[in-house]
Design a protein around this ligand. Sequence first.
Ligand SMILES: NC(=O)c1ccc[n+]([C@@H]2O[C@H](COP(=O)([O-])OP(=O)(O)OC[C@H]3O[C@@H](n4cnc5c(N)ncnc54)[C@H](O)[C@@H]3O)[C@@H](O)[C@H]2O)c1
Length: 307
Amino acid sequence: MRLLDGKVAIVTGAGHGIGRGHALELARQGAKVVVNDLGGSVRGEGAGRAADETVALIEKRGGTAVPDYSDVGDAGQCGELVQRAVSAFGKLDILVNNAGIVRDAVIWNMPPEDFDAVIRVHLRGTWATCHHAAKYWRAAAKAAGGKVGGRIINTTSGAGLGGNFGQSGYAAAKAAIVGLTQTLALELLRTGVTVNAVGPAGLTRITATIPGMGEAFEPDEVPEGEFHPMDPSNSSPLVAWLASDEADHVTGQVIRVLDDRIIWMRGWTERATISSGGRRWDAAKLGEVLAQDLFETRGAGLRFAQS
Ligand SMILES: NC(=O)c1ccc[n+]([C@@H]2O[C@H](COP(=O)([O-])OP(=O)(O)OC[C@H]3O[C@@H](n4cnc5c(N)ncnc54)[C@H](O)[C@@H]3O)[C@@H](O)[C@H]2O)c1
């Protein structure tokens, strides 16, 4: 018995890179996979049939998959994507939101259209598939008179968790995906659907846009059974486990996978608190109070902004 036998999964942006790795791993674990990919450039321009390549790989390895060419930035097409899983395989158990593009530039050089395009694919694209999957699972739970075991795995990144120079749109979208994940974990708890976010890594088309990183490679180019620290599929075993019935106690979490490490992240936590004793704070005196009692430094200002 494999981890995901009998399950039906959607993986968005599964034509290349990390998403392809997830689709291959979910299929290896027994899931039937809807391989979604719009097939455009790394900047999100154009369209193509990248999904077909991943489907062919899955079938060659004895798995079951169908392609889907929807644009996740289009909420209507996301509804059709969820329906594709149901019409092809009878149901939906697992939604992996992975599709992404980059249009990096420092904020003063970033055209607003590039900000919009990045937010549209990452944030709106994640929200819209979740919206339609949640509708589907709520209706299924109602019909069954109980919980369903749905799974959502979203994709964040180091840029979203800590900021990154030149990625104001991308970082904003990836941080927002964490807020979305935590909110949906609460909203879908009673439906029995878990919602987590993974922060992957790998030398893909996206990372290859960073000067000096080298050429992208696909996860299937790493020989089966071998480990490469920049293999785009290093996070795929974790995604498969989070998608399984074994992970029904894990929700609202953010977990990064960097080379051979799995890192359980902690979010914003209270660091220090001071009280005014029931009086309105005096702005003129606040600098000294903050320096002494909150930041615990003699210098005024946010010297610790990055720590
Ligand atoms: N590569 C890394 O180190 C890294 C690190 C952190 C997070 N991520 C995230 O991992 C995810 C996958 O990125 P990757 O590095 O594998 O890049 P990639 O370019 O190889 O894969 C992204 C895929 O998404 C598809 N896609 C783009 N827009 C789409 C749309 N509107 N609808 C459907 N599909 C669309 C692309 O065609 C592509 O196949 C992204 O969300 C990215 O932000 C990557």
